[in-house]
Ligand binder design. Sequence first.
Ligand code: IPE
Ligand code: IPE
Ligand code: MG
Length: 248
Amino acid sequence: MIQDIDLSNLPKHVAVIMDGNGRWAKKQGALRIFGHHHGIKAVRETVEACVELGIGYLTLYTFSTENWNRPKAEVDGIMSLLVKTIGEEIPDLHKNNVKLKCIGDLSQLPAKAKKEMEDGVEKTKNNTGMVLNLALSYSGKWDILQAVKKIAAQYKTEEINLDDINEKLFDSHLATSPDPDVDLLIRTGGDHRISNYLLWQSAYAELLFMDDIFWPEFRKNHLFDAIKTYQQRERRFGKTGEQVKDKK
Ligand code: IPE
Ligand code: IPE
Ligand code: MG
């Protein structure tokens, strides 16, 4: 229930690995793409729940670099679904003051999907509410490498010197910049891995594996439950439990 949530202790940045669409579909004797279709309602509920709570940043793992290696029919199906869904969802996102961003190697996307994304980003760019990052053709290693390349180029032109390279500068070149690091990382579907997601940004994230839920089943109350679990965690950032408690 939303009422049990302490609004003064919300994660600033929630990231989700939306996993289990294919297995959910298979369980009903349907094709994997049926699961992806049903995942859209779960996305809508998650966005709405985060907006209701006042979460600042939500980053959804929509399609990974590695997902390009799936059978062509599934990749094509996901890409057409993306085009259709983004177009349909933008008015509601806009109404909710959500600012849509897209992180990942967008040059890999089919032209239509890229165009829909860019239009959505443009339409919502002045919104001041929650930032919704769709990680598309994204991987954590890709993100780190593209940041390294930008920093190397700045070093080469002597815009920066070696001592300027620190965490803050590195952060500023990541695809998620200027968003804060991830506080809570949720994965549905039963697997306990990061799958090349926000590797740098999740350095101190609380990890929550919601094993009993396939992504198409995810609803607002699951998100509220996840926040409640997060609020029971003690985040120590390397300090002792006593130090953290004394500060409270
Ligand atoms: C997540 O569900 C969606 C994408 C990766 C695009 P999966 O498609 O990975 O579903 P499972 O994990 O095979 O059940
Ligand atoms: C991670 O799920 C990517 C997305 C949810 C978009 P996968 O299903 O691709 O991850 P692995 O292959 O099981 O690690
Ligand atoms: Mg999966």
